[in-house]
Design a protein around this ligand. Sequence first.
Ligand code: PBG
Length: 350
Amino acid sequence: MTLSPGHHRPRRLRTTPRLRRLVGETRLHPADLVLPLFVKEGLDAPRPISSMPGVVQHTEATLADAVRDAARAGIGGVMLFGIPAHRDATGSQADAEDGILQRAIRLARDVVREVETAGTRGGAAPVVMADTCLDEFTDHGHCGVLVPGRDQDGTVVVDNDATLERYASMAVAQARAGADVVAPSGMMDGQVGVIREALDAAGYSDVGILAYSAKYASAFYGPFREAVDSALQGDRRTYQMDAGNAREGLREADLDLAEGADLVMVKPAGSYLDVLAAVAEMSPVPVAAYQVSGEYAMIEAAAANGWIDRRGAVTESVLGIKRAGADVILTYWATEIAGWLRDETFGGTR
Ligand code: PBG
């Protein structure tokens, strides 16, 4: 049987790598990518995170190297997480001037200055972002301070409004250390508005807010717990969202926009692509998505077993997030992907 002349043949555009490259609808660019980095106070050598092969807890020195590599690869930003040596009920190290996260921010900004001085030889200087949340700093591992002596059906109660004061102070400490963007990830009501007011009052009206708007209580954060030596017992279901709720994710994004978010985020990415697409549809500001630790671990584990092609699966997973509408993608593969993109541009296509 032959097709009649004029019959549609979509395969024609897939004939050669050259054609496929020309008509590609979605392209990744290094500038789309943000690398999350962990730095731990008091380490003398980087410590591997067993559930995230290839990712480490950095020392302050190796953190600077990682930011330098990220710049050389041309990625858009870094997202810093600090693990303090001392934890307490209110997370006092979170806003301490010499707290580990503030030190990390200053180091990252030093690298930015170094790269900008070196010009194109140093690569592209990344935007320095910091996680604005208490869970790494509290001895109970929750994202906020607790209501003393109270629990609800056996779960501790996180005090929304008392936590807001801590976030405001933390955001100002991060801005003072040199953060370009602060990223409240604790899902407290009103966090974006309170942080905006505090930053403006302290003279940091140019520091931006990346709001973790639709953040779901997810099993895919599992390996992150190891990455930050989390002290958490129980879960975060009284503040993070239930997996089935899409409308609620849109409402959260709406509220963050009204409070002045400069970017909004959906997290995790892979299991929430519909929410991401819906937020991208309504958002007047850039939309970020976080490919989280568990998404990373799953692909690494399957690839290590020889069950999937690592590079193919990594690329496809990130491309899917971009296709769904993300302008900015946080991924632990950011620097590596940026290297592949450079090879593909100048070394042919796959
Ligand atoms: C909270 C925070 C978490 C992640 C990013 N910011 C943990 C949580 O909410 O439980 C998870 C990131 C990942 O799993 O890669 N500070």
